[in-house]
Design a protein around this ligand. Structure first.
Ligand SMILES: [Fe+2]
Ligand SMILES: [Fe+2]
Length: 473
C-alpha cells in the first residue's frame, strides 16, 4: 500500500522529491512503529493526549496543539532554515564554506557522533515507559507523553541524517537504533545514564532537569557543526528540548514547594514526619539530585580528550554558543585542568582543545545552578536555612581523571573506608527508593495532584490546570 509520506511525515526537506530517501523511510517507519508499540509508553496508546506537534519550523507551525493518539503522532523531519553562504565558525577550517555533504575523511566519525546522539532518544522513551501508571496528575501525564513523542521525533531527526547522508551504513545504523535496549545486558544503549531505570517521577524530574540538559549542550555543540544538515537539525531539536527541561525544572520546584507546605503545616523538618504526611523530605530530594547530577556529568566525556580536540579542530562539534567566545580557533591556548594526585589536587596544563569536554561541562554546571537558585529561593522564602546544592563535579564520576575515586560531596579525596561509610547518606538508599516507590500512585482526576507535589502555576497552552489533558480510551 502506498503511503503519502509528505502528508504522513510533515517535513521541510522536500521528502517528496527524493525517491531513495522515501524508500529508506518506507522500510524504516513500520519498524519504528513496532518499536513504539513494544517499547513506548505502556497501555496508553489508545488514549487521546493533548499534544504539541511540529508541522513546520516557523513560529506559527512548530507548535500545533490538539488531541492525538500517540501512535498517530506525526513524527516529522525538520531542519532549521538554511542560512545562505554559511561558513564554518570554529576550528582549523574556520571561514571555509559549511559542508552540505559529508566529507569522506569525516564520514565514520560523524556517523558515530550522530548514532551516539540518536541512541539517547529512544533510550529515554524506554527508560520512562512505565511512568504513565503512576503520574501525579493528568497535567504531568500529558507532559510525560509530550516528551516521549518528541524524543521519538528526535530519533527521526537523527535517522533522517543517517538515511539521507550515510548510504547503506546509515541504513544499518538506523536499524541498530531500534535494536538496542535501555538496560539490556547483551545489547544496551550506548551511554551509561541511558541504561539507568527511571521508575519513579522524582527520578523523571531529575532526569529531565539534568540529563535532558546534557542533551541541550550536546545539541548546541552540534548546532555549530560544519556539517550543515546536522547543525540545522539540532537547532530545531533545541526548541523542543526546552520543554523537557521545563518539566524537570518546574517538577522539582513543585515537589520542593509541596514539601515546604507540609513542613509549615506540621511545623517540623523531621523526614519521618514529612514522609508520613506523604511529602518528600528535602534530604531525600538532595540525594536524588546527587545521583542524577553526577551521572549526567559523565555524558560530557573525559576531561582530557584527544577525540574532543579532534572534533573541534575538524569542525565536527563546537562549543555550545560558540559566538560568546572571542577566539574560535584556540590553536595554541592552554587550559589548567585539576587532576587528582594522591589525596590532593594538581593543576595540569594542557592544550585547550583537549579540555573542551571540561569547558562544556563547566557551562553546563552553571546552567544547572540557575535551577537550584530558583528552588532555593522557595526554601529561603519559607524561612529555612537549608539549601539544595550541587555536589562537586569530582563526586561519583565514572569517566575521566576523577573516575572511581573515593571523593566526598565537596570534592575532597577521602579514604575508601570513609567513602563507604558515608555514601548511603549521599545517594538514594534502598529505604529512600522504597519510600518514593510507595508514593507512586496515579492521580487521574483532572486538576487533582498527588500528595507529594504542588500544582503547576499554569496549564498548557492557556488551558486551565484542571483541563482533561489525557482522555483515557
Ligand atoms: Fe531529545
Ligand atoms: Fe529531551
Amino acid at each position: 500500500m502506498a503511503i503519502d509520506y509528505t502528508d504522513r511525515i510533515p517535513n521541510n526537506v522536500e521528502l517528496a522529491s527524493s525517491r531513495s530517501l522515501q524508500r529508506a523511510l518506507e522500510a524504516w517507519q513500520p519498524e519504528f512503529l513496532n518499536w513504539w508499540k513494544d517499547l513506548g509508553p505502556t497501555d496508553f496508546q489508545a488514549s487521546e493526549v493533548y499534544l504539541r506537534t511540529a508541522i513546520s519550523v516557523d513560529a506559527k507551525g512548530w507548535a500545533n496543539y490538539g488531541y492525538v493518539q500517540m501512535p498517530e503522532y506525526r513524527w516529522g523531519i525538520f531542519l532549521a532554515e538554511q542560512q545562505a553562504d554559511r561558513t564554518i565558525g570554529f576550528g582549523d577550517e574556520m571561514g571555509n564554506a559549511a559542508w552540505q555533504q559529508v566529507p569522506g575523511e569525516h564520514r565514520s566519525t560523524l556517523r558515530r557522533l550522530i548514532v551516539t546522539q540518536g541512541d539517547t532518544e529512544p533510550a529515554s522513551v524506554e527508560q520512562q515507559r512505565l511512568l504513565g501508571h503512576s503520574a501525579p496528575s493528568l497535567y504531568d501525564l500529558r507532559n510525560l507523553f509530550q516528551i516521549n513523542v518528541e524524543e521519538g521525533r528526535h530519533l527521526w531527526a537523527m535517522v533522517y541524517l543517517l538515511q539521507a547522508y550515510f548510504g547503506r551504513d546509515g541504513r544499518e545504523e538506523a536499524e541498530g537504533l531500534l535494536m538496542r535496549r535501555s538496560g539490556s545486558s547483551d545489547n544496551p544503549r550506548i551511554l551509561a545514564t541511558f541504561n539507568e531505570p527511571i521508575t519513579d517521577w522524582l527520578s523523571l524530574f531529575m532526569f529531565t532537569f539534568f540529563t535532558d540538559r546534557d542533551g541541550k549542550f550536546q545539541l548546541k555543540a552540534f548546532a555549530e557543526s560544519a556539517f550543515d544538515p546536522l547543525a540545522r537539525t539540532c537547532k530545531f531539536m533545541l526548541t523542543e528540548e526546552a520543554h523537557h527541561m521545563f518539566v524537570g525544572d518546574t517538577g522539582i520546584q513543585r515537589v520542593v514547594r509541596r514539601t515546604l507546605e507540609v513542613m509549615e503545616e506540621l511545623r517540623t523538618d523531621d523526614p519521618e514526619a514529612l514522609r508520613r504526611a506523604g511529602a518528600i523530605d528535602l534530604p531525600t530530594i538532595q540525594r536524588y539530585l546527587n545521583f542524577w547530577f553526577s551521572s549526567s556529568l559523565d555524558l560530557f566525556g573525559a576531561d582530557a580528550s584527544s577525540n574532543a580536540a579532534a572534533y573541534f579542530a575538524a569542525g565536527l562539534k563546537g562549543r555550545p554558543d560558540e559566538e560568546k567566545y572571542a577566539d574560535h580557533v584556540m590553536r595554541d591556548a592552554l587550559y589548567d585542568l585539576e587532576v587528582p594526585d594522591g589525596n590532593r589536587v594538581r593543576i595540569e596544563s594542557m592544550p585547550y582543545r583537549n579540555a573542551i569536554n571540561e569547558v562544556v561541562r563547566g557551562s553546563y554546571v552553571e546552567d544547572c545552578l540557575k535551577g537550584l537558585q530558583r528552588w532555593n529561593k522557595w526554601i529561603e522564602r519559607a524561612g529555612h536555612a537549608v539549601r539544595l546544592r550541587l555536589p562537586s563535579t569530582r563526586f561519583r564520576r565514572g569517566i575521566g581523571s576523577w573516575a572511581n575515586l573515593p571523593v566526598d560531596l565537596d570534592g575532597n579525596v577521602i579514604t575508601q573506608t570513609a567513602y563507604d561509610a558515608n555514601v548511603a547518606s549521599w545517594l538514594p538508599s534502598e529505604d529512600d527508593r522504597a519510600f518514593i516507590k510507595s508514593l507512586m500512585q496515579p492521580v487521574y482526576e483532572p486538576g487533582k495532584m498527588a500528595s507529594w507535589i504542588a500544582p503547576p502555576e499554569t496549564g498548557i497552552k492557556g488551558r486551565p490546570v484542571d483541563y482533561e489533558y489525557v482522555r483515557f480510551a
